[in-house]
Design a binder for this molecule. Structure first.
Ligand code: NAD
Length: 473
C-alpha cells in the first residue's frame, strides 16, 4: 500500500492545509493500492507562491546549469524505473510488461529529449538592428491524466525545467502514485526549492484553482476535451497561454495496395494496447469496401488472439480499464454499437471469462460501421475497434477527416500514395506503414484534439516567450 499524504512544495514534503484523503483503487483487484491527500485552493496558493518566488533566480540560470540539473534528474530517474513501472501497473492496470517496457521509460525519454533540445536551442537571434530573445514564460500549471501518467508528466515538466520555468503539477487523482515517486526523483536530483511543486487533488478543486490563479502564466493540460474547454474558459480571465492536448478518434486508412495482413494485425494490436486508453489509438480502421470481408476475417483472428488478464500474469496482452466509471461508459458504448446495427465480430458487453473481479473489458471489434454511428464518433477509451468500409481514396480521406478530433492518423500502402493521403489528413501526427512515435517530433492535435504541441523543439517553444529588443545592435 502506497501512502503519500504530503505534497511537495518549495523543496519540502509538507502537510496539506486540510486533512482529506483519497484511496486509489487497483483496477485489476478493485482493492485499495494507495492513499493520497486531496488538496484545496490554499495548497495551490502556497505552491504557486513558491514557484513564483523561485522564478527570478531559476530563469536566470545558464544553459549549462540547467543541463546539469537535467542530467541529475535522468540519473535519479534511472534508479527508480522499476518503482515507477510497478506503481503505474497497480494504479491504472497496465500489464507489467507494458509498464516496464513503455510507461516508465517514456518519462525518461522526455528528459533525454529536453536535454538534447536545450543543448542546441538558439535563444537569441538578430533581426536587422534588433535582437530577439526567447525567455521562459514564468510559472506553469501542469495538469495531467491517468492513461500514460508518467509520460504526460515528464513531457511537460522536462521542457518546462529546460526552458527555465517554474511549475506546479497537478497529476490525475485517478493515478497519482507514480507522480509522487517522480517528485522524489526531482528531490533526489537536488533541483532548487520551488522550481517544481506538486499538489494532488481533483479537477474542480485544485485544477480550477491552478488554472484560474493570477500568478500562473501558462497552463499545459492533457486530458479530455470536456475538461479542456472548462480550463480554457477559466484561464481566459487572466489571459494565460493554454496549451491543450485533448482526445482523439484516429483513423487508420488501409489503402488497397497495403499488405492487408500486417496492416490489419498491427492496427488491431495498436488499438488495443494499454486497453485502448491512448488518445492516439487507431480506433477507426478504414478498409476498401471490396476487401471488407477479408479485412474483417483477419481482424477477427487478431482480436481473438488478444488476451485480457491480470497485469502481472504471463501472457497478458491487456489489463483492465482504469475504473468502474470507465468500465460502465465503455459497456454502454458497446451496447450502443450493437443497437445502432454495427456487426459485432469479437467481444461484446460483459467481462471476459474468469475475470469477474476487476474492470476488465472484452477486446471488441465491430465491422460494417458507418461514420455516423456513435461508436465511430465518440472517443470510447477502451479496447474497442471499429472497421469502416470506404469506396475510394477520396472517400477514405473524407471519412478520416469527418470527426471533431484531429490528433493522429495512420496510413498503410505504397509510400507515395500513403504520403499523398497523409498530406490531406487534418491531424497533427500521421504515421505511415506502422511508423511509431518519436519524441523529437512534435505531438499534438488539430481541431478539438487541442491547440498545443509537446515533444521536440516545438514542445520546448511552448514554454518560452519571445522578446524583441529594438535598436540594440
Ligand atoms: P480528464 O479530462 O477527466 O482529466 C485530466 C486531468 O484534468 C486530471 O488531472 C483532472 O483532475 C483534471 N481536470 C478535470 N477537470 C478539470 C477542470 N475543470 N479544471 C482543471 N483540471 C481539471 O481526463 P482523463 O479521464 O484523466 O484522461 C483521459 C482523456 O485524456 C481522454 O480524453 C484522452 O484522449 C485524453 N488524452 C489526450 C492526450 C493528448 O496528448 N492529446 C494524451 C492522453 C490523454
Amino acid at each position: 500500500m502506497y501512502e503519500y499524504t504530503n505534497f511537495y512544495i518549495n523543496g519540502q514534503w509538507v502537510l496539506p492545509e486540510q486533512e482529506q484523503t483519497l484511496e486509489v483503487l487497483n483496477p485489476a483487484t478493485e482493492q485499495p493500492m494507495g492513499v493520497v491527500s486531496m488538496g484545496t485552493k490554499a495548497d495551490v496558493d502556497k505552491a504557486v507562491a513558491a514557484a513564483k518566488a523561485a522564478f527570478p533566480a531559476w530563469s536566470q540560470t545558464s544553459r549549462a546549469q540547467r543541463i546539469s540539473y537535467l542530467e541529475a534528474i535522468i540519473q535519479a530517474y534511472q534508479l527508480r524505473l522499476d518503482d515507477i513501472a510497478a506503481a503505474i501497473s497497480q494504479e491504472m492496470g497496465a500489464p507489467m510488461w507494458l509498464a516496464t517496457a513503455a510507461h516508465a521509460p517514456t518519462g525518461l525519454g522526455h528528459f533525454v529529449q529536453a536535454l538534447e533540445v536545450l543543448q542546441q536551442y538558439e535563444f537569441e537571434a538578430v533581426r536587422g538592428q534588433h535582437r530577439l530573445r526567447k525567455e521562459p514564460i514564468g510559472v506553469c500549471g501542469l495538469i495531467t491524466p491517468w492513461n500514460w501518467p508518467i509520460n504526460q508528466i515528464a513531457c511537460k515538466v522536462a521542457p518546462a525545467i529546460a526552458a527555465g520555468c517554474t511549475m506546479v503539477l497537478k497529476p490525475s487523482e485517478v493515478a497519482p502514485i507514480d507522480a509522487m515517486i517522480f517528485a522524489e526523483i526531482i528531490h533526489q536530483a537536488g533541483l532548487p526549492a520551488g522550481v517544481f511543486n506538486l499538489v494532488n487533488g481533483d479537477g474542480t478543486g485544485v485544477g480550477a484553482a491552478l488554472t484560474g490563479h493570477p500568478d500562473v502564466d501558462m497552463v499545459s493540460f492533457t486530458g479530455s476535451t470536456r475538461a479542456g474547454v472548462a480550463i480554457a474558459k477559466n484561464a481566459a480571465d487572466t489571459v494565460k497561454r493554454v496549451a491543450q492536448e485533448l482526445g482523439g478518434k484516429s483513423a487508420n486508412i488501409i489503402l488497397d495496395d497495403a499488405n492487408l495482413e500486417s496492416a490489419i494485425v498491427g492496427g488491431v494490436n495498436s488499438c488495443f494496447m494499454n486497453s485502448g486508453q491512448s488518445c492516439n489509438a487507431p480506433t477507426r480502421m478504414l478498409v476498401p469496401a471490396s476487401k471488407l470481408a477479408e479485412a474483417t476475417a483477419i481482424a477477427k483472428a487478431a482480436g481473438e488472439a488478444v488476451v485480457a488478464g491480470m497485469p502481472e500474469a504471463e501472457g497478458t496482452n491487456i489489463g483492465p480499464v482504469v475504473s468502474e466509471v470507465q468500465f460502465n461508459k465503455i459497456q454502454a458504448l458497446i451496447q450502443q454499437g450493437i443497437d445502432e446495427g454495427a456487426e459485432l465480430v469479437v467481444g461484446g458487453t460483459g467481462k471476459p471469462a474468469g475475470l469477474e473481479t476487476g474492470y476488465f473489458v472484452k477486446p471488441t471489434i465491430f465491422s460494417h460501421v458507418n461514420n455516423q454511428m456513435t461508436i465511430a464518433r465518440e472517443e470510447i477509451f477502451g479496447p474497442v475497434l471499429c472497421i469502416l468500409p470506404y469506396a475510394d481514396e477520396d472517400d477514405a480521406i473524407a471519412i478520416a477527416n469527418d470527426t471533431p478530433y484531429g490528433l493522429s492518423a495512420y496510413v498503410s500502402g505504397s509510400q507515395d500514395r500513403a504520403v499523398r493521403v497523409a498530406n490531406l489528413l487534418r491531424a497533427g501526427n500521421v504515421h505511415i506503414n506502422g511508423a511509431g512515435v518519436d519524441f523529437s517530433c512534435p505531438f499534438g492535435g488539430y481541431k478539438q484534439s487541442g491547440n498545443g504541441r509537446e515533444w521536440g523543439k516545438e514542445g520546448f517553444d511552448e514554454y518560452l516567450e519571445v522578446k524583441a529588443i529594438l535598436g540594440c545592435q
